[in-house]
Design a binder for this molecule. Structure first.
Ligand code: BGC
Length: 351
């Protein structure tokens, strides 16, 4: 295990080093549109992008849209009006930026979808993300291994909390995990007491912690108040896992479940160390930002743009050429190497 972590770490470090100093096209400006400041990861993504783009010699117009699609639309239109050369967009709702994307196309501005795919438009030039399906399979496989599903007798009780239906990533995360777990659900080794399995029944609009919490409270009071244990709670990311963890703390006395997450947010990493969350998929935002800065430079220099997937991400109109970074899982055993030794967090941040 340690070896694997070190290999992944060494690979990340090498990748970041290799991508650190792209040669910029002078004086170009890049519009970076992020969904919200509410979640830690987008602040980090924004900061990384601003820092790396500035270091590469670009001007940067970085905006956060308060999770409001109309605000995001206007911010992007303003970036175009101000003459940006490239747009990097992480959409609140993949479907709601058509007008701005049309405007970008009319002005010959290339658009990179950042982390989340931009849907229903042919004006999307590239997509850079972590392999979203793999995020789900990493979570599902973690559960499978932790419960030893192939050998243990079970049955085990599972509940599921997924992400935002407006975010194209959310179904990839869900499908990746469910594809690993479904055979065990079908054979009855995993039992979902609430009966809520389909994506639309377990989704969390806007990935809101409070929404995940109140749904978890309902499930706990309806199906687990009699002392039944919930053995595992599949959560698609850390903001939803946090809601489930808060619900469990106040509404559940049984054996503490295995809980998955994604992003290695500080609060969740603290919970991992304290035994309140089992794992979180680590998507090093520095790696993604470095890849996108590289793409920007390649586009502006008229070079061939690095992609490693030209089949998966169909946005309903075109298949968007993509670069998928590889996620890994963090837990209480390996977080020090992954998160502290790599400089992602300081030890103090996790106290
Ligand atoms: C991102 C996740 C994040 C979620 C909520 C998704 O699109 O890929 O990393 O946890 O949005 O912000």
């Amino acid at each position: 295990m340690k070896k694997k972590v070190f290999a992944a770490f060494a690979l990340c470090a090498a990748l970041i080093a290799a991508m650190a100093v792209p040669v910029a096209a002078e004086g170009e400006s890049v519009g970076v549109s992020m969904p919200t400041k509410d979640l830690q990861r987008w602040n980090q993504d924004g900061e990384n992008m601003q820092k790396m783009l500035t270091e590469a010699g670009y001007e940067v117009d970085l905006q956060f849209a308060s999770n409001d699609p109309a605000t995001q639309l206007n911010q992007i239109k303003t970036m175009i009006g101000n003459g940006c050369s490239v747009l990097v967009i992480s959409a609140i709702e993949g479907d709601s930026l058509g007008e701005a994307l049309d405007m970008a196309a009319e002005n010959d501005i290339p658009v990179i979808a950042y982390d989340r795919l931009l849907m229903s438009s042919d004006a999307v030039s590239y997509y850079a993300t972590f392999d979203n399906y793999m995020v789900g399979t990493v979570q599902g496989t973690y559960i499978k291994d932790a419960l030893d599903l192939d050998n243990a007798e079970g049955p085990f009780n599972l509940e599921i909390t997924a992400g935002d239906p407006g975010d194209n990533n959310a179904t990839y995360f869900y499908n990746g995990a469910i594809d690993v777990l479904k055979p065990y659900i079908d054979e009855g080794k995993l039992v979902v007491q609430s009966g809520q399995i389909d994506f639309q029944d377990v989704a969390t609009p806007q990935w809101k912690t409070e929404t995940a919490q109140s749904r978890a409270e309902n499930i706990l009071s309806s199906y687990y108040a009699d002392g039944t244990n919930v053995d595992v709670w599949l959560c698609s990311n850390d903001s939803t896992a946090l809601g489930v963890e808060t619900a469990l703390a106040a509404n559940y006395d049984g054996e503490y479940p295995i809980i998955t997450g994604q992003d290695c947010d500080i609060e969740n990493t603290k919970n991992m160390i304290a035994g309140k969350q089992s794992m979180s998929v680590f998507k090093d935002t520095r790696t993604l930002a470095a890849q996108v800065v590289k793409m920007v430079t390649q586009i502006l220099n008229g070079e061939e743009v690095d992609v490693n997937d030209t089949e998966t991400y169909d946005n309903g109109v075109i298949v968007v050429p993509s670069y998928l970074c590889e996620p890994v899982f963090a837990d209480a055993n390996n977080y020090k190497e992954l998160l502290i030794d790599s400089g992602y967090y300081t030890e103090d941040q996790l106290q």
